[in-house]
Write a protein that binds this ligand. Structure first.
Ligand code: F6P
Length: 360
C-alpha cells in the first residue's frame, strides 16, 4: 500500500522559525511512514494545486535559514471565487490524507473553518512575529524579530548620543504591542508606545526631556499600530480585512510631535521587514522544531482540528477554534513592568528644568 500523504503550507507574513518547523514536521512524518508534499505560497498553492515534494533530504539543511522554503502569501480561499471548492479538489487530486497549516490568526482561521465546515483533516502550527495568538505562550518568529529590533535600537542610541538627539524606532507587531514592549524593555528605551494604550504626550515629553538631560540622548520604541491624532478613517485593508499598517507612517508623524513638544532634534528609523528575515534565534529554532514535530504526531494520532500550542514547557494540542477566537494583547501586568522600567526618576523633571535653564 502506498504511503499516506501529508501536505504542508505556510501562510501569512513569513517569520524566522518556519523552516525549522517545516524540517521538524517532515522529518517526524517521514519517520512515521508518511510522504510529504509542500503546497506553494500558502492557501494560493492549496487553491491552485501548486506543490513540490518534501523529502528528508530537502529539509536537511534548512534549520538555520530565514524565510520559508514553501513560499507564502496572504491569499484567503474564502475571498476567492470558488476558492474553497478548489482547495477540496486539490486535496483529492493530490490524494492527501492530512494538511499541516503553519500560520497566524488568518491562516489558522481558514484552517479552522475548513475543518469545521468540510472536515478537512488539518493540524495547525502557530507562527507569527507578532506573538499575538492567545492559545500559545509564545510563537516562533517573535524572539528573532524582537532580538533584531533590540540590536537596531541600541545602534540608534549610539548615533543619538553622538548628536544629542532623541531617536525613535518603529517596529512591527500589528495590533499587539509585544514586539515593541520586549524591544523597549530589553533595549532600555525611555518611552515605549503600544497599540494597547493611547500615547500620553505629556508623560512622554517629560520622560524624554529628563532622559535627554541626563544622558544626552533618549530612545523611543513605537509600535506600527499606535493611534495618532489625524489618523485617516479610510484604511487600506488586506484580503483578511486587516489594515495595511505601513500606510500609517507612525515613525514620521510621532517624530514630528516629539520634536515640536520637546524642542530637541529627533530622528527615526523603521525597521519593518528586516525583522522578518535572517537566521532564526536558538529559541525560535527549537520552538519551531518542537511544534513542527508535534504537528506530525497529531496527524498520526488523527487529532485533527487542533493547533500545537506551547504551554509552559510542553507542546500540546488546543482546538483551532479556541486558538483563533481572540488575539493576545499586552496585559496590565506587562504594562506595569514597562512603567517600572521607564518611570521618571525622582526629581528628574526638576533637574531637567534646571539644566535647561542653565544652558539657556
Ligand atoms: O503579521 C506579521 C506582520 O509582519 C505584521 O507585524 C505587519 O504589520 C505585517 O505582517 C506586514 O505585512 P506585509 O508583509 O504583508 O507587508
Amino acid at each position: 500500500m502506498a504511503n499516506k500523504r501529508i501536505a504542508l503550507l505556510t501562510g501569512g507574513g513569513d517569520c524566522p522559525g518556519l523552516n525549522p518547523a517545516i524540517r521538524g514536521a517532515v522529518l517526524k512524518a517521514t519517520q512515521l511512514g508518511y510522504e510529504c508534499v509542500g503546497l506553494l505560497d500558502g492557501w494560493k498553492g492549496a487553491i491552485e494545486g501548486n506543490h513540490k515534494p518534501l523529502t528528508a533530504a530537502c529539509v536537511a539543511e534548512i534549520v538555520g535559514k530565514g524565510g520559508t522554503v514553501l513560499g507564502t502569501s496572504r491569499t484567503n480561499p474564502y475571498k476567492k471565487e470558488g476558492g474553497v471548492p478548489k482547495v477540496l479538489e486539490t486535496f483529492k487530486k493530490l490524494q492527501l490524507d492530512a494538511l499541516i497549516a503553519m500560520g497566524g490568526e488568518d491562516t489558522l482561521g481558514v484552517a479552522s473553518k475548513l475543518y469545521a465546515e468540510h472536515k478537512v483533516p488539518v493540524v495547525g502550527v502557530p507562527k507569527t512575529m507578532d506573538n499575538d495568538l492567545s492559545a500559545t505562550d509564545y510563537t516562533f518568529g517573535f524572539d528573532t524579530s524582537a532580538t533584531i529590533a533590540v540590536d537596531a535600537a541600541e545602534r540608534l542610541r549610539d548615533t543619538g548620543r553622538s548628536h544629542k538627539r532623541i531617536m525613535l524606532l518603529e517596529v512591527m507587531g500589528r495590533h499587539a504591542g509585544w514586539v515593541a514592549l520586549f524591544t523597549g524593555i530589553a533595549a532600555g528605551a525611555d518611552y515605549v508606545c503600544l497599540p494597547e494604550r493611547p500615547v500620553d504626550v505629556k508623560d512622554m515629553v517629560a520622560k524624554l526631556k529628563a532622559a535627554h538631560a541626563a544622558k544626552g540622548t533618549a530612545l523611543v520604541v513605537a509600535s506600527e499600530a499606535i493611534d495618532l491624532p489625524g489618523d485617516s478613517k479610510d484604511k487600506p485593508l488586506d484580503e483578511f480585512g486587516h489594515e495595511i499598517l505601513k500606510a500609517r507612517g507612525v515613525a514620521e508623524r510621532l517624530t514630528a510631535v516629539i520634536e515640536k513638544e520637546t524642542g530637541i532634534e529627533t530622528r527615526s528609523a523603521v525597521i519593518g521587514h528586516i525583522q522578518r528575515g535572517g537566521p532564526p534565534t536558538l529559541f525560535d529554532r527549537i520552538l519551531g522544531t518542537r511544534v513542527g514535530t508535534k504537528a506530525a504526531e497529531l496527524v498520526h494520532e488523527g487529532k485533527f482540528g487542533n493547533m500545537v500550542a506551547l504551554k509552559g514547557d510542553a507542546v500540546v494540542p488546543v482546538s483551532l477554534k479556541e486558538a483563533t477566537a481572540k488575539l493576545k494583547t499586552v496585559t496590565p501586568a506587562w504594562l506595569e513592568l514597562l512603567d517600572a522600567m521607564t518611570a521618571l526618576p525622582k526629581g528628574a523633571a526638576a533637574g531637567a528644568r534646571a539644566k535647561a535653564k542653565a544652558a539657556a
